[in-house]
Design a protein around this ligand. Sequence first.
Ligand code: GLN
Length: 384
Amino acid sequence: MPSTARRLAGFTESVIRGMTRLANQHGAINLSQGFPDFSPPEELLAALERATRGPHHQYAVTWGAPRFRQALAKKIQRFSGLAIDPDQHLVVTCGSTEAMMVAMMTACNPGDKVIVFSPFYENYAADAILSGAEPIFVPLRAPDFAFDPDELAKAFAQQPKAIIVCNPSNPCGKVFTRDELMTILRLAEQHDAFVITDEPYEHIVYAPHEHVYFAALPGAFERTITCNSLSKTYSITGWRLGYVQAAPHVIAQARKVHDFLTVGAAAPLQEAAVAGLELPDSYYAGLGELYAAKRTLFTSILATTGLKFTEPQGAYYSLLDVSPLGFKTDTEAAEWLIKEIGVAGVPGSSFFREPEHRYVRFHFAKKEETLRAAGEKLGRIAKR
Ligand code: GLN
């Protein structure tokens, strides 16, 4: 029998998605794969209903339906101040997941190095390998998950083609400060590297932290490839709508990658999602408040376990330090949590380059009642 491609030996199936399957199998409350259990805004649901009867059932323009790109450009400008041309600066993709793959394949030649901070969202290592690039890792160290500028400079000295910056960061909840982003930008300029950002949690940031759009930093736009998604902002992870935003010469190439990967994102969903992009500023303020309340509730729940945990500055994840429970690995701990406690998280090691087995990642993008039900179960950890 012929053997499958060697590049696939370099990574495993997604641990995040695997934990969702295990959670379902055991009927556990699923706080592993980060997605909400509450509905998208009513305006989106109504627009979706209208879209089902409309004419948008065939392929949209490959790089995104015009109406969607126009609304998207306006929304981006509203928050980042960037003057985005819907025809030159955007490619609409199937989620930020495809956007990242498009960005990597657009930026990197086989053999190029790409800097990835560790911990990192698990897709990045796989994206690097699939695009033929080699990830080089720079640690973000607990408790504040700051990077050491000298370590970053050393990584840049290896002349990487790009650096990936997830901001706000999944899984550690770090929100990069303007100064930190400027340090990254200076190094990228010095070594002429792309900065590929992943910013789906742009509107889930806890005061006093603030989201800084990398592409909007002075002089950054030309070398920044921004990947983003509507999944988290509008609670529509299943719609698979995302985008790449970059300078026109980059977008011209990214369009080709995207076209041959997927042709396009779902046409009726692009049509319906315009209603989300047109929501007023108060929607985003409300989303921020909703998640701030969830963070307060969930961290108070985690406190009942008697274990240490990270308090996110942004996004909706917390890393629970399960090392005092005495399991050999975080995977064993996560399986025990599913089977014996009834709550699913993700073994933290899947996010780290270093042999780090202390953590299980939980997310709190859930209804208050779901979080309270999880809380009752998690409280039993303290009695173990
Ligand atoms: N971003 C979410 C997480 O980290 C969901 C990822 C996914 O499955 N696409 O859990």
